[in-house]
Design a protein around this ligand. Structure first.
Ligand code: SF4
Length: 155
């Protein structure tokens, strides 16, 4: 597990990025540049710091919550995420992934497709300020969907 990920932040015990208490990992890099984005500091690919998978697992293990990958858009580091996801699966952790790509777009990105078997749910699509809805659970705007890796739309 030699892959290094670029990580902007890690928040333990959050309740807003999926069900239950979770450890949210904010990964650097996003080219969607949604107007009204709450995390523009995560857009540069060199934001944050390099972390090894082992470093991340140490923090995740200590908190012992399920995990959410967000950012930024984790798909910009998709080619390096597989070792982390495999290790989390071995630990029995469920993983949610937030992305500015739609699910249909993900299906055209081979590195993203490789991640799908290790995810419990994907929250897809860009944040659209005109569709912002604070009543939505785990989503910022109503175009975004919570989808299972097999394409089943949960909401
Ligand atoms: S995809 Fe997410 S992180 Fe990227 S600009 Fe849109 S809201 Fe911000």
């Amino acid at each position: 597990m030699n892959d290094t990920l670029r990580v902007v932040d890690i928040v333990e015990g959050t309740t807003v990025d999926g069900p239950g208490l979770r450890t949210s990992v904010y990964l650097a890099g996003c080219e969607h540049r949604c107007p009204g984005c709450h995390n523009p500091q995560t857009w540069p690919t060199d934001a944050g710091r390099d972390m090894s998978v082992e470093d991340l697992l140490e923090i995740i293990d200590h908190a012992d919550f399920n995990v959410t990958l967000t950012g930024g858009d984790p798909i910009y580091q998709a080619s390096k995420l597989l070792p982390l996801l495999k290790a989390l699966a071995e630990r029995g952790k469920t993983v949610w992934l937030y992305t500015g790509f739609t699910y249909e777009e993900l299906l055209g990105i081979p590195d993203a497709v490789a991640l799908l078997p290790y995810l419990e749910a994907i929250v897809d699509g860009p944040f659209i300020a005109d569709l912002r809805d604070t009543a939505l659970r785990f989503r910022g705007s109503s175009n975004q969907r919570i989808i299972k890796p097999n394409g089943e739309i949960l909401c």
